[in-house]
Design a protein around this ligand. Structure first.
Ligand code: MD3
Ligand code: FE
Length: 217
């Protein structure tokens, strides 16, 4: 007979899955605050619309993007960079909502990164068929800080490779509410997203939204 005091009670500890050294998947971590996140997201998008940016090579990205925070990631014919000004509105990016900031800091802490000082949140919108090819995130000034990513809406297949483009990648299904934290030796790993499968999400409809919190400067 078990004498465990907690028998029959739900395990309320957050789930934590190690993907690689420095990379942790926190399944469902954003679920308790999904309504606040989605409300704040709608306010951001009303100020700074999603747009399909041009790569330096002149290709339009299938993922539509916007940003909030002190700096935003942008790409055009002249290259990739962080800018404090939205090139479409010519105004500063909308401020980072307190709900975004506190979730990103909590997730980083849960993954073992104290005092995550994020100043930039890139917001990606995937509609069916949209994808992100294998790349590294290397436009930030400080690779010592992790990147925190929050998935909302339709599920996606995330590809996580190694430090070389040719390294074999592992696939993970990321669902609504999942958070991943990428730091330490995983910070410069190649990664991407497979073409989004069509579907209907109860709250967000036919799309996936990914928030990535970075320390740009
Ligand atoms: C692993 N976004 O915006 S988030 C990106 O789902 C980006 O929209 C994807 O890659 C998306 O740059 C993936 C997960 C992610 C973000 C940054 C990483 C994984 C990472 C940096 C290093 C290693
Ligand atoms: Fe990336």
């Amino acid at each position: 007979m078990s004498t465990d005091l907690f028998d029959g009670l739900p395990d309320l500890r957050p789930s934590r899955e190690a993907i690689a050294e420095g990379a942790v998947l926190l399944r469902g971590f954003a679920k308790p605050v999904e309504d606040e996140l989605i409300t704040a997201l709608r306010e951001i998008v009303a100020q700074a619309s999603f747009r399909h940016m041009l790569t330096p090579g002149g290709h339009q990205m299938s993922v539509a993007m916007t940003n909030c925070g002190d700096a935003g990631w942008v790409t055009d014919r002249s290259g990739y960079r962080y800018d404090t000004i939205d090139p479409d509105s010519r105004k500063p990016w909308p401020p980072m909502p307190p709900s975004f900031l506190s979730l990103a800091k909590q997730a980083a802490l849960e993954a073992g990164f104290d005092n995550f000082a994020t100043d930039a949140c890139l917001i990606n919108r995937y509609q069916p068929g949209a994808r992100m090819s294998l790349h590294q995130d290397r436009d930030e000034g400080d690779f010592g800080a992790p990147i925190v990513s929050v998935s909302l809406g339709l599920p996606a297949t995330f590809l996580f490779g190694g430090l070389k483009r040719s390294d074999k990648s592992q696939r993970y299904r990321l669902e609504h509410g999942d958070i991943a934290v990428w730091g330490g030796p995983a910070r410069l790993a190649f990664h991407g997203v497979a073409p989004l499968a069509d579907g209907e999400h109860a709250v967000l409809g036919r799309q996936r939204i990914n928030l990535t919190f970075r320390k740009a400067r």
